[in-house]
Design a protein around this ligand. Sequence first.
Ligand code: NAD
Ligand code: TDX
Length: 338
Amino acid sequence: MKYIVTGGAGFIGGNYMHFAVNTYPEDQWICLDKLTYAGNLETLKPLEGKPNYHFVRGDIADREFIFSLFEKEKPDFVINFAAESHVDRSVTDPDIFVRTNVMGTVTLLDACRSFGIRRYHQVSTDEVYGDLPLDRPDLFFTEENQIKASSPYSASKASADLFVMAYHRTFGIPVTISRCSNNYGPYHFPEKLIPLVISRALKEEKIPVYGNGANVRDWLYVTDHCRAIDRIVREGRSGEVYNIGGHNERSNLEVVKTILHALGKPESLIEYVKDRPGHDQRYAMDPAKIERELHWEPEYSFDTGIPVTIDWYLKNREWWEHIISGEYQKYFEEQYKI
Ligand code: NAD
Ligand code: TDX
């Protein structure tokens, strides 16, 4: 079978490429990535030279390019990770989120419609459900929850999900959608909370915490997400949405303090900064459907995944030190002014 994996030079897509190319040597794995600021070929270096892998640089929203790639490769499966993924960037520059996340998805669906596909899989997010109140720990997102996005990022992801389902219903394209909670682990770009805290704490730099740090996220180790997507693509029912999560809710302040303690750094590094506009209060997934139907369960809890992640950042300083120089430094100064 031949797979096109979009966004495979990013955080989750990169981890997925490692998992898939090594687990399924009989399948062909094509990584398609535009290599935006978030894409990094260093992440894919260990796969170079493998006979069942190759990399193609391109934009999922470039119709001419996508159609010629599909004509040439005739993929059996498409797994779409490619996206603009950072909420803060969507607040300052929403346009690119519409282009990549919405138009890019529609372009891939059109190519699937023209050339045929066994399964199109859309990698979506818990953020499409909006947020839950902090004082209702009994509430969780199920697949039946209303789509209710808060940020330009989540609005673009929700819009993409609606197109995926519309193409399934209208044109009969076999599709699945996964909606996962916050990921963490190796190759995570240091603009996101956990790698930002690890990389800055190691340099004894201030750690910016939005608002009072009470917002809650539900954390999943990235390889557990990859295994869940694999299960859905191979065994999930077409036309279905599957939530992915492992019941690992933590407030942002708990996350930051856990990492500081693990690294032996003082809590005085924490600096409370202006809150994110429209900041979602709490995300919490109910993964009962994927557990029941596909017998997936996570291998890591937050307490076992965090030390493994910290260890990776300690052993792979070159990977992230390279990223946080140059362009990223400018972004950081404009975003935080600290
Ligand atoms: P990321 O920002 O680390 O990687 C995105 C990748 O997509 C990069 O390699 C980038 O170069 C590529 N890309 C961007 N625009 C492109 C375009 N127009 N054409 C081709 N490639 C393009 O993102 P991530 O955190 O790995 O997230 C991957 C997917 O998972 C996204 O769809 C995101 O919405 C979803 N998701 C992420 C999380 C999370 O916690 N990070 C949780 C749930 C869902
Ligand atoms: O400097 C920071 N300080 C801070 O307090 C940053 C970058 C974040 N935060 C807070 C905001 C959030 O409440 O930490 C929490 C996590 O923030 P992010 O790492 O930016 O993730 P989040 O906004 O929750 O979105 C992530 O999970 C869902 C991914 O980036 C999305 O792509 C995914 O869909």
